[in-house]
Design a binder for this molecule. Structure first.
Ligand code: FAD
Length: 324
């Protein structure tokens, strides 16, 4: 089923708050087994969907396809696969799309991707696409309505547009927004945002999207802070604005991992409360393949029951029944 149809049914028609979990492909076989165990426990809480990332530059292509297929058919959760254009001639793009289609997956997060390792500018590969917009157009023209297509939105503008003072110029921000509208007009039906820590920036972004006529759901991407160094790395890479009070709070506890995690849960909960108070009914949690913080935030919000946070079935590596 398409994620957009589930969101429309649950959030719009049943007035429910819905949530989803993002995972990434682990580096080792043990890591993959651990991920499936964790996913299995997390799926017991009924996320609307789960998604799996496409490793930078296509580095995890086969594993991402395999995990997506198992998520959909063995873990039995509505699954979305990320797909980027980096290093991907159209033939490889079509192989990935045909594979997930043959395994019953109907959801793709269509992305341009970052430049390949060691390069600072995105360069279109021969016979490939230059941007996510081209990928959206290709999916719609070749696969019709089969796929629900999600695209990335950037509340602070894409990092390429952010200037040396840490913010995008009003013109750069507006251009980025108009380009996002082009992706939606070309056939995307859902937006998931880049992480942010200033909730007002996200709420303004939603408002700005509505002003220029973007009507599809805009799902906030929430990344719980689990670890101080990881937080600095991610926010540095994404050029995310860090509110002063957050810096002060974290500076005081940065050497105490447990305190940082607890603060991350508190902050994530407060951000989500504010977002929900503004009538937004979808939350997307960047789990970083960890379950505790994401589940604690959902428990604090009353969206899942604490007593259910234990289902643990031994995960057995299934024989490879899927086409990759
Ligand atoms: P695009 O939408 O193509 O845009 C990139 C930038 O170029 C924007 O500033 C846009 O305004 C500008 N631009 C592009 N084309 C045009 C045009 N024709 N006219 C005007 N402006 C244009 N990366 C991965 O490698 N794997 C993942 O799984 C992954 N998952 C992600 C999930 C989410 C929710 C998000 C927010 C990001 C994810 N990324 C992932 C990172 C993403 O690949 C990078 O941010 C990448 O640099 C841009 O991808 P995009 O799809 O946003 O690009």
């Amino acid at each position: 089923m398409k994620v957009i149809d589930k969101i429309r049914a649950q959030a719009d028609h049943q007035n429910k708050v819905v949530f989803s979990f993002e995972f990434f492909p682990p580096k080792t076989e043990d890591g993959v087994d651990n991920l499936f165990e964790r996913m299995d426990r997390m799926v017991a809480h009924n996320p609307t969907f789960c998604d799996i990332t496409w490793g930078a530059g296509g580095s995890t292509a086969d594993l991402t396809l395999d995990i997506a297929n198992k998520m959909q058919n063995i873990i039995c959760v509505e699954s979305m696969m990320h797909l980027t254009c980096t290093n991907m001639p159209v033939e490889k793009i079509d192989h990935a799309l045909a594979t997930i289609k043959s395994n019953g997956i109907q959801n793709v997060l269509a992305l341009r991707g970052d430049p390949p390792h060691g390069q600072d500018k995105f360069v279109q590969v021969q016979d490939g696409f230059a941007c996510a917009l081209d990928l959206v157009k290709h999916i719609r023209s070749k696969y019709g309505d089969y796929f629900g297509i999600t695209v990335a939105g950037y509340p602070e503008a894409h990092p390429d547009v952010i200037e040396s003072n840490g913010v995008a110029s009003p013109e750069g921000y507006q251009k980025d927004l108009e380009y996002l509208k082009q992706k939606v007009d070309a056939g995307a039906d859902l937006i998931i945002t880049q992480l942010f820590y200033d909730t007002d920036i996200f709420l303004k972004f939603v408002n700005d999207c509505r002003q220029i006529g973007i009507k599809c759901p805009i799902v906030p991407g929430i990344m719980p802070i689990n670890n101080y160094k990881g937080f600095l790395r991610m926010t540095g890479f994404c050029k995310t604005k860090i509110p002063a009070e957050l810096t002060t709070a974290l500076e005081a506890i940065k050497d105490n991992e447990e305190a940082v995690k607890s603060y991350g849960i508190h902050l994530g909960t407060e951000m989500c409360k504010k977002i929900l108070a503004h009538g937004i009914k979808t939350l997307h949690l960047y789990t970083l393949n960890m379950e505790k913080s994401a589940l604690a935030i959902l428990t604090n919000l009353g969206l899942i029951e604490e007593s259910k946070i234990s289902r643990s079935l031994p995960w057995r590596r299934p024989t490879n029944v899927f086409r990759v």
